[in-house]
Design a protein around this ligand. Structure first.
Ligand code: 0PR
Length: 362
């Protein structure tokens, strides 16, 4: 059988996936046939998963959050999921079961990823979607007005899918906790970028309860590798079900058999890139995004301010379609604006060619 060529990324402008780090590819290959869902049989990959969770804890600040000084660091509790959707669903499930009230609800800003719609549907939780402000961040007054004594979870997004916005996480955590609810941060995309900004978003600076951070997005691991972290062991405990015919006694993941490739590649990518490689990439992407925004503004386009490296612009009617016909994989936001996510494969050189095509089709 003829082999298909590997995915070429050079015209992919709106995806959150990218070329995995070479060490991540190699590690994935080695662990393709292992199952971290069965740790008694696949002990090596189970150990790697513990390392992955500890490393994600260091990146999000949880491993240094115990406040008891050197040597007192405590890793978070969590696992490598199939992606952000599974992580978000499991966070809602854990909060629902820990909160344990009839008719539980979930409060999310309208900028939240559609995985919360799936989670609410599957879990039988009422979804309360609240408005964002003029700059596309969660409106804290709207969040406060939506919570009540049946709210199980309040979600803040740290790196939104459409605009790359970071919600006011400390305020959202306070609102959640005042209502007796849990606070979850969806940093599926932003998690590997935020450590290099001055945002208070993680476990160290904001008292959040759980977090999504996906190695298969900006972490440069292979698909599938999402990350779910809890501050307290109770988050994982409530998800665990008994596993009578496995050596290990319980399982907290949603999937049963899972790919060890995602786990092993997460550790390999983080070993290779944390912190300097991720910092260098964040600084590069931030520079490229601001440069692209400037180039588009110079052409008279309306461009949203850049926060994390996503550029959203109004290119005018039909332009996205014409660019797609020329091979650019460009998608649009809910309101029809063009959106470029500056992932590691999106370089100035590629964007110069893109701007050349844009000038021709306009
Ligand atoms: N949370 C956030 C903030 C996300 O952006 C995404 C995915 C998820 C959770 C869900 O993660 P998984 O897909 O790993 O389950 N975001 C985009 C999505 O809807 C990625 C994207 C965006 C893909 C635009 C293609 C595209 O054209 O899949």
């Amino acid at each position: 059988m003829q082999q298909a060529a590997p995915q070429a990324f050079d015209r992919v402008l709106s995806s959150m996936c990218t070329d995995p780090h070479p060490a991540a590819r190699a590690a994935a290959e080695r662990f393709l046939a292992t199952n971290p869902g069965d740790p008694a049989t696949y002990a090596e990959v189970a150990d790697l998963e513990a390392r992955a969770v500890a490393a994600l804890g260091a990146i999000t600040g949880l491993a240094t959050a115990s406040g008891a000084g050197e040597g007192a660091e405590e890793p978070p509790h969590g696992y490598v999921t199939g992606g952000g959707t599974e992580a978000n669903l499991q966070a809602v499930r854990a909060a629902r079961d820990r909160r344990n009230v009839d008719g539980a609800n979930l409060v999310v800003p309208e900028s939240a990823h559609f995985s919360f719609t799936k989670a609410a549907d599957v879990l039988g939780v009422e979804l309360r979607t609240v408005s964002t402000d003029a700059d596309h961040r969660a409106d804290t007054d709207a969040v406060a007005a939506a919570v009540d004594d049946r709210t199980a979870l309040v979600v803040g997004v740290a790196g939104s899918t459409e605009y790359g916005r970071v919600d006011p996480i400390p305020e959202i955590a306070d609102i959640a906790h005042d209502a007796g609810a849990y606070c979850h941060v969806d940093a599926a995309w932003g998690g590997f970028l935020l450590p290099f900004t001055d945002h208070a978003w993680g476990f160290a600076d904001a008292p959040i309860d759980s977090l999504t951070i996906d190695p298969h997005k900006c972490g440069r691991a292979v698909i599938p590798a999402g990350g779910l972290l809890f501050r307290d062991a109770a988050g994982m405990d409530v998800l665990a079900v008994d596993t009578p015919y496995l050596e290990s006694r319980s399982q907290a993941s949603l999937a049963g058999t899972r790919s060890g490739a995602g786990v092993a590649s997460t550790v390999a990518a983080i070993d290779a890139l944390w912190p300097d490689g991720y910092r260098d990439e964040y600084e590069r992407a931030d520079g490229v995004a601001r440069w692209l925004a400037g180039e588009l503004r110079d052409r008279g386009q309306r461009v949203a301010d850049v926060e994390l490296p996503t550029v959203v612009a109004d290119l005018g009617g039909g332009v996205v379609e014409s660019l797609r016909e020329r091979g650019w994989r460009l998608s649009r936001t809910g309101c029809g604006l063009a959106r470029v996510v500056v992932m590691p494969h999106v370089t100035r050189k590629i964007l110069r060619a893109f701007l050349g095509d844009l000038d021709e089709v306009r």
